[in-house]
Structures are given as structure tokens and as C-alpha cells.
Design a protein around this ligand. Structure first.
Ligand SMILES: *[C@@H]1O[C@H](CO)[C@@H](O)[C@H](O)[C@H]1NC(C)=O
Ligand SMILES: [Zn+2]
Ligand SMILES: [Zn+2]
Length: 427
């Protein structure tokens, strides 16, 4: 090992030598290198997600506590674009055979009124009934049947809600004032089913639907959950194109709702804030997955989206349920629903199929459950590259975990780019 020798010209006899110029320069250079390295590191740590554009990875869904596989390299093959010519609705404005059109007779024998915006009735083919035979499983810890063959009885009430009187319209065709009655109907139906013990029932809302004057009568039993949803398009198994959605209320908490509620409760306990409130804030900062926003809502392709063009509408403020929204916020909800459905149709210039649904506070629940709830709406569409290429959840998805090719960021970019008027109106 060679020892550092001080240059002779700086060597003063009897005096401890001051570090020579070489050492100082060396130190300064070292410092610069260090700073440069630090800057590069900082840049890298700011954008580590960029790497995910090119490598397969798993993303965590904090709302469900599950993972999914993302394989972006598979989308390196060129985007096919749409292969069909833009489709216009060929449906009639009124279909005499449709059980939802105004004035028509339904299977039950009832006749629909000549309604002008929305119309709600109890589903003639309800999946659950209000009254049925009692069932109670014997609870015997030593019995294999009660351990492995569990069942519980479910009662409830199912409604059908039409969105418009015209047979050939969809939510994408409707204006904000035309979507608003749908939101008012959802709110009225939710209000009528709320448990009197829920803190939300103190917020009063009409349970009569304007302008039809139909009053939603509360059911005789208290139900736990209300699932508001829409199945749109034959690809989603919807048998009737008349614009409508469904509302199922049940005694039990369904799995999807239970799973999300559990995750939101856990998050609130650990962090003292709303999981989706924090998530919405983060997405508004990053902006990579934001599709649209207004004062009350942000629309994102979630970080953990399973379906190619899945989106989530999240209330920016901590709103627990529909009853928490004022008139302005309901208008904003109508706007984001219109924006999403129109962008969907514009994307492949077709009537875009999807399943959508609202997640909000349970009708009856603990204070903890109600406070942890955060109003949001999911849209799950199956189309992948065109009006005819759809994604199936099969194979790996069924056996292992969901998988997607196009990244949520790419999907958000495409949806951001197809705003504006509905393509059909320009044909
Ligand atoms: C619905 O049908 C009516 C009557 O045929 C037509 O004037 C209207 O343009 C149609 N609307 C859409 C959105 O297709
Ligand atoms: Zn109809
Ligand atoms: Zn949800």
C-alpha cells in the first residue's frame, strides 16, 4: 500500500499540514459525484412505476385485498383499432313487445303507466322474495354437515327501474337533466329502505318519485344491503335493450360488498381516513389514470383494474351514500355517468356493453360500517380491442388470478381522448 505523500512545497516543518489543494479538489469532485448520484436516485424513486409499462407484474387491489397479473409487453403488437363500421341504433323508439315501454302490459298482467322519465316496479321475476318458508340450520359444532354444507336463508325485494320512456335510448344518449331523475329515483328507493337506526336515516329525502308520483313503500322487513346495478348489452346477458337498471335488496351482505367493507373498515382503523378518499386524492395528484373529473367526482381507471376499460367513479368528499349528496352533487353524478357511458360508446363507435353498480353504506349496519363506507360506482366492460373482440375471464383468470394486457394507464389515456359528443349523433 502506498501512502499519501504531501507535496514538498506544502511541507512546513513542525506544523501539522493543512490538506493540500489536491485533496480539496478530490473532495469536491467526490461531493459532486455523490450529489449527481443522489439526483439520479431521486428521479428514479419518483418514477418507479414507469418500469411497469414494460414488465409483467402484479398489482394489489386494496379495496378487495386481492391481486391481479398485468402483462403489458403483450400489447406491443399494434393496436388493431375498430374493425366494424360505426353502428347506429336501429331500435324503434317504442316496441309494442317490450315489457318496459310505457303503456305496455307485463308478464304479471300489470300495465305500465305512460311514464315520462323513470318508472319503478317490483321485479316480476325477483331473485329473492319478501316472504318464504323459514329455514334455520342446526348449529352443531360436531356435525360435519353444519361445518361443510352451510346455508342461510335470504329474503329481499327486487325492483326494475327504467331510465327513460324511449326504447332506443341509453344513458349515453341522455343529457344531465335526463339522467338526474334516475339518481333521484335511486335516492328515493335507498331512503325508503334505510334502517331507522342508521345515522343516515336522519337525512331526509323524499321517497316519492317525481314526476311519476310513485311512492316507494318501505318493505316489511329490514334488509341489510341494496345493490343498484345495470347490465347493458347482450354481451352482458341483458335480454332487453330498453334503458333500465335493477335494484336488489337482501337480508344478507353479499360477498363483494362484504369484502370491500372489511377492507375499508381496516383502512379507517389503521389510518384514520377513508381508503377511497385517500385513493381519489392520490389519483388526482398523479393524473395518469384520471379520465374525467368535476367538482364532486373523479373518474379513474383504477390502478388494479381487471377489465380492459374498467372505471370507477369516486366521490371526492367522504360521502357515505346517495342521501349524503346535495342537488349540486347529484348533478355532478349525472354528469360523470353521462361522461363515462358516452366515452365508452365513442371508444369503439358502438353501443358499449358493461355491468355497472353502486357501492355505498349498507341499509343497516354498525356505525363503524357506515362511516367506513365511501360512495363509488364501478363499471366493468368486457370489450378489449373492438366492438367484437371481448375479454373473457377464463383459464388463468378462473384458476389463478385475473390478468390484463393493456395497462390501466393506457386505458385511461384512450378514454380521456374520446370525450365530446356521442359519435352516433354525428353520423
Ligand atoms: C329513436 O327512434 C326515433 C324514432 O324512430 C328516432 O327519431 C330517434 O333518432 C332514435 N334515437 C336514437 C338515439 O336512435
Ligand atoms: Zn321498451
Ligand atoms: Zn366497490
Amino acid at each position: 500500500m502506498t501512502r499519501w505523500k504531501f507535496p514538498p512545497n506544502l511541507k512546513l516543518p513542525g506544523v501539522q499540514p493543512f490538506p493540500p489543494a489536491e485533496i480539496c479538489i478530490y473532495c469536491i469532485l467526490l461531493l459532486f459525484r455523490f450529489l449527481l448520484l443522489l439526483r439520479i436516485r431521486k428521479k428514479e424513486s419518483k418514477m418507479p412505476e414507469k418500469i411497469l409499462d414494460d414488465i409483467s407484474h402484479r398489482r394489489y387491489n386494496p379495496l378487495r385485498g386481492t391481486w391481479l397479473l398485468v402483462s403489458p409487453h403483450r400489447t406491443k403488437r399494434p393496436w388493431q383499432g375498430q374493425q366494424e363500421s360505426p353502428s347506429k341504433s336501429t331500435l324503434p323508439e317504442y316496441d309494442p313487445a317490450c315489457y318496459l315501454c310505457p303503456g305496455n302490459k307485463r308478464a304479471s298482467g300489470d300495465t305500465n303507466p305512460k311514464y315520462e322519465s323513470t318508472f319503478v316496479f317490483v321485479n316480476d321475476y325477483s331473485a329473492v322474495k319478501e316472504v318464504q318458508k323459514e329455514y334455520k340450520q342446526e348449529d352443531d359444532a360436531n356435525d360435519l354437515s353444519s361445518l361443510l354444507l352451510k346455508a342461510e336463508s335470504v329474503t329481499g325485494k327486487c325492483y326494475v327501474l327504467t331510465f327513460a320512456p324511449s326504447h332506443n335510448l341509453t344513458l349515453a344518449d341522455l343529457s344531465i337533466p335526463e339522467i338526474l331523475p334516475v339518481i333521484q329515483a335511486w335516492t328515493a328507493i335507498y331512503t325508503a329502505h334505510l334502517s331507522p337506526h342508521s345515522p343516515l336515516s336522519a337525512i331526509t329525502h323524499p321517497t316519492t318519485l317525481p314526476p311519476s308520483g310513485i311512492t316507494i313503500t318501505p318493505p316489511t322487513a329490514q334488509y341489510r344491503w341494496m345493490q343498484i346495478f345495470e347490465n347493458k348489452g347482450a354481451a352482458m346477458g341483458c335480454s332487453n335493450p330498453h334503458p333500465h337498471g335493477q335494484i336488489w335488496t337482501t337480508t344478507g351482505l353479499p360477498d363483494e360488498a362484504a369484502q370491500e367493507l372489511e377492507q375499508m373498515k381496516k383502512y379507517r382503523l389503521e389510518h384514520g381516513s377513508s381508503l377511497l378518499g385517500d385513493y381519489a386524492k392520490l389519483e388526482m395528484e398523479k393524473r395518469e389514470r384520471v379520465v374525467f373529473e368535476n367538482a364532486a367526482f373523479v373518474v379513474v381507471v383504477p390502478w388494479w383494474a381487471t377489465w380492459p376499460f374498467e372505471v370507477m367513479l369516486i366521490s371526492k368528499g367522504h360521502k357515505r351514500a346517495l342521501v349524503d349528496f346535495g342537488d349540486e352533487e347529484k348533478r355532478d353524478l349525472a354528469e360523470v355517468i353521462g361522461e363515462v357511458t358516452r366515452r365508452y360508446d365513442n371508444l369503439f363507435e358502438t353501443s358499449f356493453p358493461y355491468s355497472s353498480g353502486i357501492h355505498q353504506a349498507p341499509l343497516e349496519g354498525t356505525d363503524e360500517e357506515i362511516e367506513a363506507s365511501h360512495f363509488h360506482m364501478h363499471f366493468y366492460p368486457p370489450l378489449l380491442r373492438s366492438a367484437t373482440v371481448r375479454k373473457f375471464l377464463v383459464g388463468y383468470e378462473l384458476m389463478a388470478e385475473p390478468q390484463r394486457d393493456i395497462t390501466p394507464e393506457q386505458a385511461a389515456g384512450r378514454l380521456r381522448d374520446c370525450g365530446g359528443p356521442l359519435y352516433r349523433k354525428l353520423l
